[in-house]
Design a protein around this ligand. Structure first.
Ligand SMILES: [Zn+2]
Length: 470
């Protein structure tokens, strides 16, 4: 019976009739069957063991199957380690080309070009020998990875020009963290990517004795300037770097710094972990500690903060001309005639607000020259004189924070040479900063004490280990 026959009216009726009859009979037969009671569920543990198949683990959390309901809440983002996302940068372009394409290129074929003023990466590639199509494709490939409008003049670009069927490539450094690579393989496809510059961190323990002045002595023992500046600022709360430092005083610093492995250049200071300064009869030891609230501070062994309400040295003290070496003009101490202390430093050296407060006076005062008075609280005020200029935005009534630059060392007013004249006033009267017992900052929280003590032990151990290596 063909389909056409089947579709004829009487055949179709017959066909439908047969189909319905069949379905009715099938239903009747099914319904008449005795439904068996299901067997007891076999003990899975038993037969699993026999069959050696492991029992499936607990069902996954149904929350995983639920529809996501959009909310404003953001899941906490853990910053991924860049090393896991990006490939590692290589020292040379040839190395990267080989890694990605297996094509070996002599380093003689790589040219290093400087990005010229108003040139842009496209024209540079053209200058290096890429054709217009290749340049267009290269630029559109890297434009999503790096802001091409912000490339600095003089940028060093390593280029391999595509002669014949050889691969072409170029690369450059975009910052301390990343290089850009673009490679044209022998099938004429570009691949462009960012690669992570490997950074090495090292911990150093440096000790030194102060000979003629702190700055030179620090240089002699190889203490980097950024570490010295931070060290002085940290100690500047407790010590007058002009009058309390003497020949033979000792400093010790444990710090971390980072290096760029490819260029073998130091990137900079990471952090000071421990700082110690021994002056004639006193010793200052501070440990870096991050408390449970994430606040970083420096504390002595008793947990007292290195940070006091006011600084004894409210100046970038790394380059202070030391008191004992000064010949040109007297570095005055406090006396009946001279009611402040002087810090001899080069013109332009930044001056810090000694503590949080409000600028009560900003102006010129006879004798004092350019002058600032800060009100810290109902008891304490500090004054700064002979400045060469104010920092940007400094005006009367402004609120300043401790360590903020308020002005620069100068020699305005009655002054024999560039220096900062610094006064501390208690209830409106000048007092000798050397004699003032500075109110201390916040100590370590009692709940963090145990962790703090452990941290001290770790730092001490680290110092011992480093001493043993040397
Ligand atoms: Zn003075």
């Amino acid at each position: 019976m063909s389909i056409r026959n089947l579709l004829k009216p009487y055949n179709l009726t017959f066909f439908i009739f047969t189909l319905i009859s069949f379905l009715l009979i099938k239903t009747a037969v099914t319904n008449s069957l005795v439904i068996e009671t299901p067997l007891a569920k076999p003990n899975e543990r038993e037969w699993r063991q026999k069959s050696n198949i492991s029992i499936p683990e607990a069902k996954p959390d149904p929350a995983f199957f639920m529809l996501a309901i959009p909310t404003n809440l953001e899941a906490p983002k853990r910053k991924p380690d860049p090393k896991s996302i990006y490939p590692m940068a290589t020292k040379s372009l040839t190395e990267m080309v080989f890694k990605k394409t297996n094509i070996f290129i002599s380093s003689d074929d790589i040219q290093r070009l400087d990005l010229k003023k108003n040139e842009g990466i496209g024209p540079l590639l053209k200058r290096a020998g890429f054709n217009s199509k290749q340049v267009y494709e290269a630029v559109s490939n890297i434009t999503n990875i790096v802001n091409l409008n912000k490339l600095p003049v003089g940028l060093k670009v390593d280029v391999l020009s595509p002669f014949g069927n050889k691969a072409g490539a170029f690369s450059f450094k975009i910052n301390n963290e990343f290089n850009i690579y673009a490679i044209l393989d022998n099938k004429l496809n570009w691949s462009a990517f960012k690669a992570f510059r490997p950074v090495k961190k090292e911990t150093l323990f440096i000790t030194g004795k102060i000979e003629s002045n702190l700055y030179l002595s620090a240089q002699e023992v190889g203490l980097p300037e950024d570490a010295l500046i931070e060290f002085v600022q940290l100690m500047g709360y407790s010590i007058d770097f002009q009058r309390q430092i003497q020949t033979g005083d000792q400093f010790k610093i444990l710090f971390k710094q980072s290096f760029d492995v490819l260029s073998e250049k130091r990137i900079g200071l990471e952090e000071i972990s421990y700082a110690e300064l021994n002056v004639s009869d006193e010793s200052y030891k501070f440990y870096r500690f991050t408390d449970s609230e994430g606040k970083v501070g420096y504390y002595d062994e008793k947990g007292q903060s290195a940070r006091k309400t006011l600084m004894k040295t409210p100046i970038n003290g790394a380059r202070l001309s030391s008191g004992f070496g000064m010949r040109k003009h007297p570095i005055k101490g406090f006396s009946a005639m001279h009611k402040g202390v002087d810090f001899g430093a080069p013109t332009g050296t930044p001056i810090f607000a000694a503590g949080d407060g409000v600028l009560e006076k900003v102006g010129w005062i006879n004798g004092y020259g350019r002058y600032i008075l800060i009100r810290h609280n109902s008891t304490y005020k500090t004054a700064y004189a002979h400045m060469s200029g104010w920092a940007k935005g400094i005006r009367r009534g402004l609120r300043v924070y401790q360590g903020q630059i308020i002005g620069y060392v100068g020699s305005t007013g009655n002054s024999t040479g560039p220096h900062l004249h610094y006064e501390i006033l208690i209830n409106g009267r000048q007092v000798n900063p050397l004699k003032v017992k500075m109110p201390s900052g916040k100590p370590v929280n009692s709940k963090d004490r145990k962790t703090f003590l452990r941290k001290i032990q770790r730092i001490k151990q680290e110092i011992t280990n480093l001493n043993n290596i040397n």
